[in-house]
Design a protein around this ligand. Structure first.
Ligand code: ZN
Ligand code: FE
Ligand code: FE
Length: 294
């Protein structure tokens, strides 16, 4: 079965239940949310009542709980030695919240070395992840998925080799995996028209079974641009057919495919329309106009 959904909102009054309801509006069968604003670390208490209501609604609808994903805030940077205790404490709390929400996967940007150099940066990421996973080890059901990055600025995790180096040095390997992102892969220099070659290399270095999620985005920039600007499906440099081939690649199995494409005119969510187009495997040139009229 194809699991396709999008990034959705999360607010403290409705929590996972509100996120689920938004996903249902898009006719999605999986979704991803931040447990608060992605650009800050202010977080609310998780209310078990709302989680239970969401879980029973999912059960009623025959939805698979394990296809829900949380994204950690992107300002957390494990490379940075100055805020190291803050970052590891925050991430420990985030893993606890994700456990409490009954969510299996948490996507994390590995980090940016901000001038420290790649080796020190990678080693700090490893050190931080080992601390976090050790803090929660006796009750943890969450797998941290390191996202493949575009290589913007000093971002790490832009190559399969860097991700392999991190994962090889994680003590608790059963709770670490990878989240692919098509825009980031393109911007990092991987040619998605040769996605099977990418997967061959990934399988050799890390193992395909470590891929827990894939973010589906077109890109505003050419391959190898190291930019990370997402575009609506079929309207960027990757293109509709290449994205369809990635989405339907059977080697990815039933992992969630999550759209993080931009709102049209910063106002209209495109997800219902993009999901429909992906399910029909047919590109609609008038999609943007259609979305504006919703
Ligand atoms: Zn991300
Ligand atoms: Fe992403
Ligand atoms: Fe991105």
């Amino acid at each position: 079965m194809l699991y396709i959904g999008s990034h959705v909102g999360f607010n403290k009054n409705t929590q996972r239940l509100g996120s689920l309801e938004e996903a249902l509006k898009y006719k999605a069968n999986c979704f991803m949310f931040y447990t608060g604003a992605p650009q800050n670390t202010t977080r609310c208490e998780i209310e078990d009542g709302l989680t239970l209501e969401a879980l029973s609604k999912m059960k009623e609808l025959g939805m698979d709980y394990s296809k829900v994903v949380v994204h950690a805030p992107y300002i957390i940077n494990l490379c940075n030695e100055n805020n190291f205790d803050f970052s590891t404490n925050f991430l420990t709390g985030e893993v606890e919240r994700v456990n409490k929400l009954g969510v299996k996967y948490m996507v994390l940007h590995p980090g940016s070395h901000v001038g420290l150099g790649e080796e020190i940066g990678l080693n700090n990421i490893i050190k931080g992840l080992n601390i976090v996973l050790n803090n929660v080890k006796d009750h943890n059901n969450v797998t941290i998925l390191l996202e493949t990055m575009a290589g913007k600025g000093s971002e790490l995790g832009k190559t399969t080799e860097e991700l392999k180096y991190i994962i090889d040095n994680i003590e608790d390997k059963s709770h670490i995996g990878v989240c692919l992102d098509t825009c980031h892969l393109n911007d990092a220099g991987y040619d998605l028209t040769k996605f099977d070659e990418y997967l061959d290399n990934f399988d050799k270095l890390i193992g395909i079974e470590k891929i827990g999620c894939i973010h589906i985005n077109d890109s505003k920039n050419e391959i190898n641009a190291h930019k990370d600007r997402h575009e609506n499906i079929g309207f960027g440099t990757i293109g509709f057919n290449t994205l369809i081939n990635v989405i339907y690649n059977e080697r990815l199995g039933e992992i969630p495919r999550i759209l993080e494409t931009p709102y049209v005119d910063k106002e209209y969510p495109p997800y219902k329309y993009e999901i429909e187009m992906i399910r029909e495997k047919k590109f609609d040139n008038n999609l943007i106009e259609k979305i504006k009229k919703q």
